[in-house]
Ligand binder design. Structure first.
Ligand SMILES: NC(=O)c1ccc[n+]([C@@H]2O[C@H](COP(=O)([O-])OP(=O)(O)OC[C@H]3O[C@@H](n4cnc5c(N)ncnc54)[C@H](O)[C@@H]3O)[C@@H](O)[C@H]2O)c1
Length: 304
């Protein structure tokens, strides 16, 4: 898919990985719709994307509010429809995690990380035939999962791990020909990403502890993988990014050449295992309104 003149929707793009992804699409020539409940951050991202001389819009949406999703779909229709959807918004719900957490709290984590991407994908598929412009190719959906999804170690937020695992399986299940002919649904599964917050947490770690952990995954590398998946990832592709290895579910996929240094063919059953640690949720009510998504308990391997 040639991204010029396309419209890409990125959820959770007011900050973190979502902002990186939005910028990467903007630099590739796509118009970008920034969707986030953080109005200020979303507009900042849109401004950064506009500096790439492409169009950008910011929509303030609480994705966990069921009533807001059809409204978002309506706004997208007014823009002429979307060609790419990146389901990036995600993270832990602050406070206690399952089983200590209140059912409403852990249900919210399941919603944000699994039900919302499924609902947005459904709305996206429904709207594809009404897209203005180039409808010669299928649309694309890229889901952002986490290495929490693929590990077998204990994990601090079972509901987050379960939702992200569900997102991976949702992706592969959607490779059915009747769906794939309308949209290629793919997924990226990053390890602990070297965003600003992670860099600070990393720097604060005891050196001995740091030495036991795999390196942080560069945000730019995750963002460019998302763009590659959107433009040419075959339906059902799942890319796990847990440096130093990186595995793809389709061995001959062209990404292989770009990621030549990190590519391996096998499922990472033999990958290095970080010892289990509880992850650290970030306070939902902080100034940025960001949801914590650090996942230091990730197994630092790459799976497919
Ligand atoms: N940070 C990591 O190390 C890491 C590792 C693996 C996977 N991931 C995944 O990558 C994605 C991005 O992570 P991040 O660290 O950039 O997260 P982040 O917390 O920095 O950003 C998440 C964004 O989503 C928005 N958001 C949260 N809930 C929302 C809601 N209900 N409605 C609208 N917007 C909402 C927040 O406002 C924020 O801008 C998430 O899906 C996360 O699970 C992150």
């Amino acid at each position: 898919m040639d991204l010029r003149w396309r419209t890409v929707v990125v959820t959770g793009a007011a900050s973190g990985l979502g902002r990186e992804v939005a910028l990467r699409f903007g630099r590739a020539g796509a118009g970008v719709v920034v969707v986030d409940r953080d109005t200020t951050g979303a507009e900042e991202t849109a401004d950064l994307v506009r500096a790439c001389r492409v169009k950008a819009w910011s929509f303030a949406v609480d994705l966990c509010d069921d009533d807001e999703l059809p409204l978002l779909a309506g706004r997208l229709r007014d823009l002429g429809g979307a060609d790419v959807l990146v389901n990036n918004a995600g993270g832990w719900t602050p406070g206690e995690q399952y089983p200590a957490a209140d059912p409403a709290a852990w249900s919210r984590t399941l919603d944000l990380n699994l039900r919302v991407p499924m609902r947005l994908t459904q709305l996206f598929l429904d709207a594809l035939p009404d897209r203005r412009g180039r409808t010669d190719e299928p649309g694309a959906v890229v889901n952002v999962s986490s290495s929490a999804a693929v590990g077998t170690d204990p994990y601090g937020s079972p509901e987050y791990a379960a939702a992200k695992a569900g997102l991976v399986r949702f992706t592969t299940a959607m490779a059915r020909p009747d769906v794939a002919s309308r949209a290629r649904v793919t997924c990226v599964v990053p390890g602990w990403i070297g965003l600003d917050r992670a860099q600070r947490e990393w720097a604060a770690l005891d050196p001995a502890e740091r030495a036991t952990l795999p390196p942080l995954v560069p945000p730019a590398e995750v963002a460019s993988t998302v763009v590659d998946l959107a433009t040419r990832g075959p339906a059902g592709t799942v890319v796990e990014m847990l440096l130093p290895q990186l595995r793809l579910s389709r061995a001959n996929w062209p990404l292989k050449s770009r990621l030549r240094g990190h590519f391996a063919r096998d499922y990472p059953s033999a990958g290095p295992r970080a010892r289990p640690r509880p992850g650290r949720p970030v306070d939902d009510a902080d100034a940025t309104g960001r949801v914590g998504a650090s996942s230091p308990a990730c197994r630092r391997t790459v799976a497919s």
